[in-house]
Write a protein that binds this ligand. Structure first.
Ligand SMILES: NC(=O)c1ccc[n+]([C@@H]2O[C@H](COP(=O)([O-])OP(=O)(O)OC[C@H]3O[C@@H](n4cnc5c(N)ncnc54)[C@H](O)[C@@H]3O)[C@@H](O)[C@H]2O)c1
Length: 382
């Protein structure tokens, strides 16, 4: 059994606690560690890092973790810790990641990697120069519904993909009752908030990995809810976009349109749905499920609003069955990153890929503010 020291910064937050500590690292520890190709079993030994000692102590106890610290520099100086992980709020990430790279740690991060493309590329170059392994969370690729959609695409069922329509969002309460279910910094631009910076990095890697690279974007956004109530019960002014409506042009000619909103009431089966139309068939994928309809089973719709439609359109779809054991998407990617660090396994989700997500968010913001289509050039480290 080999112990692997992992610094987990920002672990008291929503993502840090639930997805990365609870459902990933603690879950890997609970299953007895991770077995490598050469049969060595590695056991993650995290040190939980943050500002609030009381919270860290409580969290460590809850998850059976021995180490916690409010002093990042000391954790970085400890040679036992070979990986630095960051789930701090977005604008805090770049500085800590720079320190971690300087200390020679391999680095794994939440998205977006940084607040700007320039900063993201700087981190990617620094990691490359230092020769440390690097990675960013691209969890949506490992969701059961999206994995099924990938399988549908790979089978050729859809034929030529024509368009993708995405609906993402739900109502985020303004507070005080019911209290908001997302942190208040999400609604303050100056603290790294905004739905474009939050969600476009996801759309970038989902679209590129499933359908083709995004080559241009047209986006319009709004701050629909002007005031909200924060974690302390205080009313604040929202300065960030909370709804964005964007059209993406893809390499190969398909068009994707995705609505992202924290001010919409859900009338769909899942919080994210992607509807893909192709010449030979269509698919509708969510977080967990994927439905398909082929050309030969497509009902012949005839426009006549004067009588009730005899076709039950929703019944004309088939569900893609679950054929493999489903794992938490974040845990799948954590195990991939550990294998990347420990046995050099491939990990196609490095900092350059992370920078592409921030690039698309910047392009989306530019399109909105300048009221025009914005090209998205191919990115490289040079
Ligand atoms: N992959 C995904 O699906 C997904 C979903 C939501 C959020 N995220 C990303 O995860 C990151 C964290 O988001 P969250 O929703 O967990 O936020 P959160 O507000 O719940 O957590 C933020 C963390 O940063 C820490 N922090 C905040 N201000 C700090 C400061 N001044 N100094 C030091 N630490 C500070 C907090 O203590 C906390 O641990 C963000 O970058 C966000 O974009 C990713």
């Amino acid at each position: 059994m080999r112990k692997i020291g992992i610094i987990m910064n920002g672990v008291t937050g929503r993502m840090g606690t639930n997805q990365h500590l609870g459902r990933s690292i603690a879950a890997i520890r609970k299953q007895g560690g991770l077995e490598l190709r050469d049969k060595t079993v590695v056991m993650p030994e995290p040190v939980l890092v943050g500002r609030n000692a009381l919270k860290l102590e409580r969290l460590a106890k809850e998850w059976g973790i021995e180490r916690w610290s409010t002093y990042l520099a000391a954790c970085l100086a400890d040679k036992e810790n070979i990986i630095y992980f960051d789930a701090q709020s977005t604008l805090l990430r770049a500085e800590s990641v720079k320190e971690a790279i300087k200390a020679g740690k391999h680095v794994y991060c939440e998205k977006p990697l940084a607040g700007t493309l320039e900063e993201s590329l700087e981190l990617a170059r620094a990691a490359e120069r230092a020769g440390v392994k690097n990675g960013v969370v691209q969890d949506k690729l490992f969701l059961p519904g999206i994995l099924k959609l990938k399988q549908v695409i790979a089978s050729g069922f859809l034929g030529r993909v024509l368009s993708v329509r995405g609906e993402f969002g739900y109502w985020v309460f303004e507070g005080p009752m019911p209290p908001a279910q997302r942190p208040s910094w999400n609604y303050r631009k100056e603290e790294g908030g905004g739905i474009i910076l939050d969600m476009f990095p996801h759309w970038q890697y989902v679209l590129e990995n499933l359908f083709g690279r995004v080559t241009a974007v047209s986006c319009i956004a709004r701050t629909t809810i002007p005031d909200r109530v924060d974690e302390a019960g205080k009313t604040y002014t929202c300065t960030a976009d909370d709804a964005a409506y964007a059209t993406f042009e893809l390499e190969g000619g398909a068009i994707a349109h995705i609505n992202s909103s924290w001010a919409t009431r859900v009338n769909r089966s899942e919080l994210l749905e992607l509807h893909v139309d192709g010449t030979a068939g269509s698919a509708v994928a969510g977080l967990r499920e994927c439905k398909v309809q082929s050309r030969v089973t497509t009902p012949k719709a005839v426009w006549n609003p004067d009588t009730p439609n005899p076709i039950h359109f929703l019944d004309a779809w088939q569900t893609v069955p679950t054929t493999v054991a489903e794992e938490n998407a974040f845990k799948i990617q954590w195990e991939m990153f550990l294998r990347h660090v420990l046995e050099n396994a491939p990990f196609p989700h490095g900092f350059l890929e992370a920078a592409k997500g921030v690039q698309l968010a910047e392009a989306g913001r530019a399109s909105w503010s300048e009221r025009r289509w914005v090209e998205v050039p191919e990115l490289s480290l040079r």
